[in-house]
Ligand binder design. Structure first.
Ligand SMILES: NC(=O)c1ccc[n+]([C@@H]2O[C@H](COP(=O)([O-])OP(=O)(O)OC[C@H]3O[C@@H](n4cnc5c(N)ncnc54)[C@H](OP(=O)(O)O)[C@@H]3O)[C@@H](O)[C@H]2O)c1
Length: 335
């Protein structure tokens, strides 16, 4: 079978298309999946560029979706032909997060899904949303479940609330779609007016260009008649957090997810205390979160926003496209 490996300490020009042995037949509790698609996340970029060190033959990509081609003894969740989608933490099935470790995250601590076939415990996959393609399903594992956990599992999202989403990456667009599916108002930001128009078409109620309006937190407050937003899906980190706090209502919830605008900075302690902000850091989610999200998608029927598709052999070009920042939604690798 074909696979991509990260060679020579990483770098987009060090991704090698290789032949690997067929993984054989699944054992008890395992399934064999013919992976058909993966999708790109910032975490995968860090692996392939060597910013997260991995062994010299690591198969990258945390996200994988494809059809089940064989089922081991004792597996009841899947049958041959089902479209299955991988989970980010294969061992976190439910409940509180285990001590965060990437030791068993596919595409980081263990081989990921930039390959044609895998055998994994059945519990490392869930069913895909009904009627979705493999490319669509492959966007759930990291971006989708992160947005779901932030807003629904941790944020207890309710109809009528206001959600602020930042930029037009995978997590933020999922957050917008989840918020609209729940009957919420969405304030969306982007560096591009053209992308803002596309967010409007997806249902965003208010648009702010964060480049031309650097004080977008105050603008968001104004849009809520001074009350402030109920939830912020914080993908910028330290560089955007002060504006997110400004945007938040008293008792507002900020889910700290990403670090695109900085890894560290001053902590605005007084503002956090004064506004009783509920600030939570989170890393993707459990298999239960993914199953809950799939059920919600099956009922509400929204579809993910896919950007460009690349073949497996052009994974490096796919990451170069991600680095260009011109994408809108999820970049897909067809396998
Ligand atoms: N904690 C977790 O579990 C988890 C899970 C997934 C991702 N993440 C993290 O979340 C972040 C986003 O991930 P992603 O996969 O959605 O990335 P992505 O698809 O590559 O998103 C990139 C987009 O983010 C927007 N952006 C960049 N800097 C921004 C800023 N200063 N303010 C507002 N928006 C900004 C840009 O949107 P415009 O072009 O519209 O300006 C850019 O196109 C990354 O840091 C990633 O590591 C964390």
């Amino acid at each position: 079978m074909k696979a991509i490996e990260v060679h020579g300490g990483g770098g987009l020009d060090k991704l090698a298309l290789v032949e690997r042995a067929d993984p054989g037949e699944p054992g008890r509790g395992e399934i064999k999946v013919r992976i058909r698609a993966s999708s790109l996340n910032y975490h995968d970029l860090m692996v392939v560029k060597g910013m997260i060190p991995t062994p010299g033959d690591r198969v990258p990509m945390s996200d994988g979706a494809g059809e089940v081609v064989a089922v081991g003894e004792g597996v009841t969740d899947f049958k041959v032909g089902d479209l299955a989608v991988s989970t980010f933490f294969p061992d976190w099935l439910d409940g509180e997060p285990p001590e965060t470790s990437f030791n068993r995250v596919p595409g980081d601590g263990i081989d990921g899904y930039a390959r044609e076939q895998v055998i994994m415990p059945a519990t490392a996959f869930t069913q895909a949303p009904k009627g979705w393609s493999a490319a669509e399903a492959a966007t759930i594992t990291c971006a989708g479940v992160t947005a779901w956990r932030c807003l629904v599992a941790d944020g207890h999202l309710k109809a009528g609330e206001t959600v602020l989403v930042q930029g037009t990456g995978g997590v933020s667009i999922y957050a917008l779609q989840i918020a609209k599916a729940f009957g919420c108002e969405v304030i969306a930001t982007s560096s591009s007016d053209e992308k803002l128009e596309r967010l409007k078409a997806l249902g965003a109620d208010h648009l702010i260009n964060y480049k031309t309006t650097p004080g977008w937190g105050g603008k968001a407050r104004e849009l809520t008649n001074g009350r402030g937003v109920d939830h912020v899906v914080e993908i910028g980190g330290s560089g955007t957090m002060p504006q997110s706090i400004t945007a938040s209502r008293i008792g507002g919830h900020i889910g700290l997810i990403g670090v695109l605008a900085g890894y560290s900075g001053e902590i605005p302690t007084v503002a956090i205390m004064g506004k009783s902000i509920k600030l939570i850091g989170l890393t993707v989610g459990s298999r239960r979160h993914q199953q809950d999200m799939v059920r919600a998608i099956d009922v509400t029927g929204f579809r993910p926003v896919l950007d460009k598709h690349f073949p497996l052999a052009e994974l490096g070009a796919a990451f170069a496209h991600q680095e260009s920042g011109t994408h809108f939604g999820k970049i897909i690798v067809d396998i």
